[in-house]
Design a binder for this molecule. Structure first.
Ligand code: 0FX
Length: 247
C-alpha cells in the first residue's frame, strides 16, 4: 500500500501510533491523518505532527475522495461507521479496544467487567458489520478483581500499541495473514451502556455483582453510574476507587 489514510477520534492513540507509523514508511509510501466532524481538531493539532483533515463518512463527496486518493485506511478508534461502499472498494483495517469476537462494539472493558468476559485488543479488516471482519492479530489483557473501567482501559490502550507495533510492517507491505472470528460473539452498543448506568435502588443482587457493576462504570472523572435521589429526583453519580493492601 502506498497511500495510507488514518481516520481517528482518539488523539492520544493517534500520537502514539503516528510515531510508529511514520518511522516504518518507505520512500514511496505516504500517510495522511483525518478525524470526524464532531472531534475537536485542536486536540489533534496539539497531539500529532501531521496535518489533520476532517472527513464525514456520511457524505458521498468525502467517501469518493478517500476512494480516489488512498489504497489503505487505518481506523484508530474512529467513531463513524464505515459505509459498505468504502470497505468494498478499499482495504480498511481497524484497531479495536476489545478481543474479537468476545467484545465487539462499545466500551469493551465495561461489558467485560459487568459480564465477566475476557478482554483484550484486536486488529482486523473492516467488513460490513461492526468489529466483525477477518482478524489480523489479537491478544488478551489481564483483568484483576480490582480493575475499574479506567484502569483496564489503560492496559488495553498499551496492548493496542503493542499489537500495532508488531503488525504494522506486514500491514504496510500487505503480507499479513488473517483468521476468521470463531463466531458472532457479543456486540454491545452505546444504548446498552446508557441502560447500565442507571442504578435501581430497589434491585436485589449480590455484593460481588454490585461491586462489578460499579467498577465497570468507574472511569476517571466520567459521571456514569447514578441513582435518582428519592427526595428530590436529582441524579446522584457514583464511582469506586480501590486500594490494595500495600498501596
Ligand atoms: O476512542 P474510545 O476509546 O473507543 C470507542 C469504543 O469503545 C470503541 O469500541 C470504538 N471502536 C471506538 C471508535 O470508540 O472512546 P472514548 O475516548 O469516547 O472513551 C474511552 C473510554 O472512556 C471508554 O471505553 C469508557 C470511558 N467513558 C467515556 C465516555 C464518553 C466513560 O466511562 N463514560 C463516558 O461518558
Amino acid at each position: 500500500f502506498n497511500n495510507i489514510l488514518v481516520i481517528s477520534d482518539n488523539a492520544y492513540l493517534c500520537r502514539k501510533l503516528e510515531n510508529i507509523l511514520t518511522e516504518k514508511l518507505s520512500p514511496e509510501q505516504r500517510v495522511n491523518f483525518s478525524i470526524s466532524p464532531f472531534s475537536d481538531i485542536n486536540d489533534f493539532n496539539e497531539s500529532i505532527k501531521s496535518e489533520v483533515m476532517i472527513l464525514d463518512l456520511k457524505k458521498e463527496i468525502d467517501i469518493n475522495f478517500i476512494i480516489e486518493h488512498y489504497d489503505l485506511v487505518l481506523s484508530i478508534h474512529c467513531k463513524q461507521f464505515f459505509p459498505n461502499i468504502l470497505v468494498q472498494k478499499i482495504k480498511c483495517i481497524n484497531i479495536h479496544p476489545g478481543y474479537n469476537p468476545i467484545n465487539r462494539g462499545w466500551y469493551p472493558q465495561v461489558f467485560s467487567i459487568q459480564n465477566n468476559l475476557p478482554v483484550g485488543a484486536t486488529i482486523h479488516e473492516i467488513d460490513e458489520e461492526l468489529d466483525h471482519g477477518p482478524i489480523i492479530d489479537r491478544d488478551f489483557v489481564k483483568k484483576e478483581s480490582y480493575d475499574t473501567s479506567g484502569s483496564l482501559y489503560d492496559k488495553i490502550l498499551e496492548k493496542e500499541i503493542d499489537l500495532f507495533n508488531k503488525n504494522i510492517d506486514s500491514i504496510l507491505n500487505n503480507t499479513y495473514k488473517t483468521i476468521l472470528p470463531e463466531n458472532e460473539g457479543n456486540l454491545f452498543l452505546k444504548k446498552d451502556f446508557n441502560k447500565l448506568c442507571k442504578i435501581d435502588l430497589k434491585e436485589e443482587t449480590t455484593a460481588g455483582k454490585f461491586i462489578d457493576k460499579l467498577r465497570a462504570l468507574s472511569h476517571k472523572n466520567f459521571k456514569n453510574a447514578y441513582y435518582i435521589d428519592p427526595e428530590n429526583g436529582e441524579k446522584i453519580f457514583i464511582s469506586l476507587t480501590f486500594k490494595r493492601q500495600n498501596d
